[in-house]
Design a protein around this ligand. Structure first.
Ligand code: ZN
Length: 245
């Protein structure tokens, strides 16, 4: 049941020790990916200019807030990942053990880990990942849908579970191997690994993810804006409170 998300490329990540090639390689069957940063961001236009004409008379006294263009590329600001850190290899191995047989195209999960995986809709799409991580993402996206429906409408994924090494490494598993990380697209666009600019939508997601103690890969030494993962703090807490057996 591994790899229902079709991600041969689920991400990379745990960054510092393995400066691998990009997270955004070719993915069979995926038509939305482009690695041409910014190329598909031009279409949304200037949202500010169009709002006034659509206001009805009854709205006249309450000007709508300026719409956010979630597809524009923006710099990674300081202060992200406040209070959380990336889940390092020792924490992951201690919590779960070996995740399975790594393969660049996503290898099979161990029998023990398979029992902890879950395939479900998290709102905008279906994923396969660690049960409590899938549940956390479901809460994240419900909050996004309520507060920022225009952002919610643009969300897509390049996958969650994928048993493989970090790109460029033959020793360090990607956290996708345990199904605790997810790669996200905004309006079909995948912010490439290594890009120092990221889709505004990925930035706008950060507070919602942080509320569930998810770490944003934009904070890696090699930024990986598409990537969010259950933080070291969250994995440690799950292990301590028995969420992870
Ligand atoms: Zn990733």
């Amino acid at each position: 049941m591994a790899n229902l998300d079709g991600s041969s490329d689920g991400g990379v990540d745990a960054g510092s020790s393995d400066p691998g090639p990009t997270d955004g390689g070719a993915i069979a069957g995926t038509t939305t990916v482009t690695t041409d940063a910014g190329a598909n961001d031009a279409g949304s236009g200037d949202a500010n200019s169009s709002d006034a004409s659509t206001a009805t008379a009854s709205d006249a006294g309450t000007p709508a807030p300026a719409a956010i263009d979630y597809t524009v590329m923006v710099a990674i600001p300081a202060g992200i990942n406040n209070g959380v850190t990336a889940a390092d290899q020792a924490t992951m191995l201690n919590a779960f053990g070996n995740p399975g047989t790594p393969d660049p195209g996503c290898g099979p999960s161990s029998a023990a880990l398979q029992k902890l995986m879950k395939t479900a809709s998290v709102g905008p799409f279906r994923v396969t990942g660690l049960g409590p991580a899938v549940d956390a993402l479901t809460r994240v996206f419900a909050a996004v849908q309520a507060a920022e429906p225009a952002l919610y409408a643009l969300l897509g994924t390049q996958g969650m579970l994928c048993v493989r090494f970090v790109r460029g490494s033959t020793t360090n598993f990607s956290n996708h191997s345990w199904g605790t990380a997810i790669d996200l697209t905004i309006n079909g666009f995948l912010t490439p690994r290594g890009s120092t600019t990221i889709s505004q939508g990925l930035l706008s997601l950060c507070p919602y993810m942080l509320a569930e103690q998810f770490f944003w890969g934009a904070g890696f030494p090699t930024p990986d804006g598409m990537h969010y993962e259950a933080s070291n703090e969250l994995i440690t807490a799950w292990k301590a409170n028995g969420t992870i057996p």
